[in-house]
Ligand binder design. Structure first.
Ligand code: HEM
Length: 222
């Protein structure tokens, strides 16, 4: 390993890991504002689990004391983040170029040089895949007896699938869970203008057009 190799790895992690996780958190907080009961359910899970282990008054101490075991117990939060990625996949379209003539599993022929794309955004909203309520934000669809149950990565494609599946998937969940726990333990989120439509910007990653404008109200004064 030399400095250039190390630089490229670090750059790769920053490019692959920054906007993806940040955008997902924006969509996640947006979904929580649109679904206040779900927001409260997550806040309750955060309170239940964290109060057993960490009772720190200060956000910094609170975050420092979040353990791996705490994160592993947050099944509802994990489900809600996954549900966000189903509806708002950070990489909405992805694809590959065929290196040689090939036949896809469903019989489609591709020729060397052909581009093959899949739309994670559309797939996450297909009733054929997710049922009639595909358009609803429902974290419960990922839970069985309160425990998170993953779907095949070929159905839930937000992290891609196969040998080139996202390398940072577990890291991303950990990072997003820590931020969510810290925010929801201390604040209740509310949109500045509930009637204002939020849309996406067509980019390589699924950015929120004009950003997310919300109030973070301290839970102690509610
Ligand atoms: C919500 C967060 C994330 C999502 C939705 C996501 C999604 C994806 C997707 C769809 C790919 C496949 C891209 C392609 O090959 O065409 C990918 C690859 C990759 N991701 Fe992520 N990612 C996330 C966070 C992260 C983080 C935090 C890191 C690193 C710290 C990371 C590192 C990587 C790397 C290194 C690859 C390339 C893997 C390979 O080609 O073998 N990702 N990610």
């Amino acid at each position: 390993m030399n400095d250039k190799y190390l630089r490229d790895i670090i750059l790769n992690f920053i490019i692959a890991g920054k906007d993806t996780s940040a955008n997902t958190l924006s969509w996640f907080f947006y979904m929580l504002c649109k679904n206040p009961l779900i927001q409260e359910k997550i806040a309750e899970e955060v309170r239940d689990i964290s109060s057993r282990e960490v009772e720190d008054e200060y956000v910094d101490d609170f975050v420092t004391n979040i353990t791996e075991a705490t994160l592993d117990q947050m099944h509802y939060l994990h489900a809600a983040l996954t549900e966000t990625l189903r509806l708002y996949p950070a990489v909405p379209i992805d694809g590959r170029c065929a290196m040689e003539d090939d036949i896809l599993p469903d019989g489609h022929k591709v020729r060397k040089g052909d581009g093959v794309y899949y739309m994670a955004y559309a797939m996450g909203r297909m009733s054929k895949l997710w049922g009639e309520d595909a358009h609803c934000f429902r974290p419960e669809r990922w839970l069985h007896n309160g425990v998170f149950r993953p779907e095949s990565p070929f159905k839930f494609v937000a992290f891609h699938a196969g040998p080139r599946i996202c390398l940072g998937k577990d890291f991303a969940y950990r990072q997003m869970k820590i931020v969510s726990i810290a925010v929801l333990r201390h604040f209740r989120l509310k949109l500045v203008d509930d009637a204002k439509a939020v849309n996406y910007r067509t980019m390589f990653t699924l950015q929120m057009k004009e950003g997310l404008h919300l109030y973070a109200v301290p839970r102690t004064i509610m």
